[in-house]
Design a protein around this ligand. Sequence first.
Ligand code: NAD
Length: 504
Amino acid sequence: MQDRFPAQERFSDGAQYIAGRLTKGTSGVTHTVVDPATGEDVLTYELAGADDVDAAVAAARAAFAGWSAATPGERSDALHRFAAVLAGHAEDLARAESLQCGKPLKLTREFDVPGTIDNTSFFAGAARHLAGQSAGEYSGDHTSYVRREPIGVVGSIAPWNYPLQMAAWKILPAIAAGNTIVLKPAELTPLTSLLFAQAATEAGIPDGVVNIVTGTGRAAGERLVGHPDVAMTSFTGSTAVGKRVAEVATATVKRLHLELGGKAPLLVFDDADLEAAANGAVAGALINTGQDCTAATRAYVQRPLYEAFVARTAALMETVRVGDPFAPGTDLGPLVSHVQRDRVASFVDRARGYARVVTGGEAPRGELEKGAYYLPTLIADAAQDSEVVQSEIFGPVLVVLPFDGDDEGVALANDTPYGLAASAWTRDVFRANRATREIKAGCVWINDHIPIISEMPHGGYKASGFGKDMSVYSFDEYTQVKHVMFDNTAVARKPWHRTVFGDS
Ligand code: NAD
């Protein structure tokens, strides 16, 4: 379907981006990107092997001296140009992202692409505001200050659910702080990471500062994480793979940033605006066909509102228009692949044995059958310890459970291994404030669920990982802090020397 986005033509030179140009992978293995809406081939390319990863790391290493020595103003100017170039390619980026992921064009045009451009503008500004926190004569005899320095070559690994935004979240703070980077996107979805890197070159960011290797996790991913010339690993993906990445990174003593899975609760107290909560639950559960680490997955609704919430949420889900991502009027596209669709369906099929499937629970029939589609699905009355409540399904599935007292609601919200995001719905300021304090998650929304913004951090608690993407907090991941201490006394025998020799 070359008219959707001409991927084969655009990446005829290969799907690796090393030292400012596209090259072919040398692993000897090819991969085919498939349009999940149609099942048709989009791009067949050679995957990266160890030699390609080594070449990309060498390019990043060679670029580090120059890029890290650029002034903050120079890096900022380059990032401002980068944002402008991206804006010029907005439609291409949106179409490529819709094609490889199955996202409706309205989502990529209104969310993925503008969010990425805004992130780029944000880091263009933030690049000039990197600061050490303190300088002074703390000991009396010395002047101390703090230097905030880049770490070196960053090796990043990204998932397939938001390929463009994940590339941006990894690459931008790293390079704004003076690092260089090698990013491995998921092999299913390489197109927009490659377009992003090409735009960086077009904006005048030096060759080697941004490199992309597109290969499998086992081959290219582990090579990158374990590479001795890579100083830091930043990973976004599932908790299971994150554990493996941590093992490999730890063996080579690397700085580690892990953004992992989620199972976000949506807590609806009995004074909430029911219509707002139901709308928020459906939008929060179905965005990106539910393949969102912060998606609303578990709605806990206080008993007096429970049945009305179930009925209203199911009715709203039935209004969502499932269809071709490129067709006007589509609200919900397919999942990223047939494998992912079948995985989601198997969760729902097992749940029929212990819970109530209120709506959905099947793939749509007719002309959508060839795509990886699944209908918006609501499951009620599952037990708290059941797998649909505890495990990340990563599809358009919302589970609803009742609760009685406020204590119970907060406890249930916290009762999974994850802690990425949560929301509470109430008009009572004390309940809202309590939820923000007591829910263990990296983000808590009040009376909304999903919005993110460049100025604010994103990252997990508990098994959802550690470290922050976006905002100035991400600089804590991508910089290291050096204490510099000057002697101010010019005395040969300093008072503290008596601990080693002499008495005074
Ligand atoms: P995944 O963990 O299967 O894969 C993520 C990346 O890791 C891919 O690029 C993959 O090729 C690579 N990989 C796989 N095995 C590897 C290995 N042994 N060594 C190195 N790299 C390896 O995740 P996915 O299915 O692509 O994405 C969905 C997951 O990502 C969900 O769990 C979701 O919650 C999570 N996610 C989290 C955030 C966040 O900010 N916390 C954001 C988006 C997605």
